[in-house]
Design a protein around this ligand. Structure first.
Ligand SMILES: *[C@@H]1O[C@H](CO)[C@@H](O)[C@H](O)[C@H]1NC(C)=O
Ligand SMILES: *[C@@H]1O[C@H](CO)[C@@H](O)[C@H](O)[C@H]1NC(C)=O
Length: 239
């Protein structure tokens, strides 16, 4: 009896909600390299976050769900709620900060990423942010590059192909290296595709041609040099 009603509920659940569950085929993990990002942007375009201290590492920027070759358009209306990630706020401050000016506490960035990407991922707020943090840490791009001799430097340039090869040798896939704009020559970040469970790096089904020049700088990032710039509106944003 219990088994039967359980089964019936299960069947009803499948029938009712199958069409509401977004079919996400894979995700595009967009990582930011703050060294190149801050070196490229005009003075004053990188600010020290109000809370926390960004790590010298590739930072999460977005985790975009894809269905086929386009970003998933099957999105819930669930609003962002910071309480869902309360126990991992320190990880967010460290690895998913907003270093844009005016100085802010990251919350608007997370809210906008939830609006754009998270809501369309089929994941809960907590799962979406924690899985993004976990795959960032697992991919460990900074150590992969270091291991292949690609170290942040003010003076050295690297062949773009050398950077791509370093990633390829470890992950077996080619990353999209982002230099911000066409023929930019400072690495500002990179994209990796990850499977629908956000647990492994996979080859991207489609990969745009890199916007980087053939030789690129991998600028050092010095969080201590981030400017302190606060604004009235960002104070209103903090808690
Ligand atoms: C989230 O926080 C929990 C508890 O502190 C910790 O065990 C876990 O590793 C954190 N997750 C991520 C992805 O950082
Ligand atoms: C790189 O250049 C910046 C800006 O001129 C300077 O502050 C920093 O100390 C330099 N870093 C290294 C590792 O030489």
């Amino acid at each position: 009896m219990a088994t039967h009603s359980g089964l019936a509920l299960f069947v009803i659940a499948l029938a009712c909600c199958a069409s509401l569950v977004p079919a996400v085929d894979y995700f595009r993990l967009v990582l930011l390299w703050p060294g190149g990002f801050c070196a490229t942007n005009a003075q004053g375009q990188c600010c020290k976050p109000q809370t926390g201290y960004p790590r010298v590492d590739f930072l999460v920027n977005r985790l975009i769900p894809y269905t086929g070759s386009s970003p998933s358009s099957s999105c819930s209306n669930v609003p962002f709620n910071i309480n869902e990630v309360q126990s991992n706020l320190t990880d967010l401050y460290n690895y998913w900060p907003s270093i844009r000016c005016p100085s802010n506490n990251g919350r608007r960035l997370w809210e906008s990423v939830w609006q754009q990407d998270g809501r369309c991922s089929g994941l809960s707020i907590r799962e979406f942010f924690l899985r993004a943090l976990a795959i960032r840490s697992k991919a460990n791009v900074i150590d992969v590059l270091d291991w292949k001799g690609i170290l942040p430097s003010n003076y050295t340039t690297y062949a773009l192909s050398e950077v791509e090869r370093a990633i390829n040798e470890v992950f077996g896939v080619t990353a999209y290296i982002d230099c911000g704009s066409t023929t930019g020559n400072r690495v500002q970040g990179l994209h990796l595709c990850v499977d629908s469970a956000v647990s492994n790096v996979i080859a991207c089904p489609t990969r745009p041609v890199s916007n980087c020049a053939s030789r690129v700088y991998f600028d050092p990032f010095m969080p201590d040099l981030l400017q302190e710039r606060y604004s009235y509106t960002s104070f209103l944003d903090s808690e």
